[in-house]
Design a protein around this ligand. Sequence first.
Ligand code: FE
Length: 193
Amino acid sequence: MSDEHDDAAPAAQTRHVEGLLEAKGLLDANELDRALEAFASGGSPAQGARVAARAWVDDGFRTRLLMKANDAVEELGLSMGGGIQPQRLKVVANSATEHNVIVCTLCSCYPIAMLGPSPTWYKSEAYRSRVVRDPRSVLADFGTTLPDDVHITVWDASSETRYMVLPNKPAELPEADLAAMVTRNGLIGTAVL
Ligand code: FE
């Protein structure tokens, strides 16, 4: 039988361990917040993949997604919620002449609810600074070479606004097969499908 003290003990122990790890420089408090945010939102790249696949097979959904993504993803039972502050999701679509890449130049803001926790390189100083100055060479480092006539736009996220790329439709296949083709980096814009 547990009393109030016992119920509170795990939380207190967790805070104590967090404090020790932070004090020793082993844990970044923001990193932990992001992990908890991802856990709370249930975010993984599968969410973003579902959104992209639906946009490819349903023009009406695509239009709504590009206009007001927060409302559109709710049609799929998804949400940008989970945080204290509501996050605006802006989806930017690639085309034959336009390619989009996302970054947070200040820190590591990322559409966690759609993509799960961000990859380590996304948070790196090298990516954050270089992708803005020279996106083409950063994409080349990822093995992504775009034709010279494709214009690249880099979208800088903030605590209020998160971006996600809608890649070009990779094939004429049923929605579920399309969703399986979507990669995390495709939704970030460092890869094409
Ligand atoms: Fe940030």
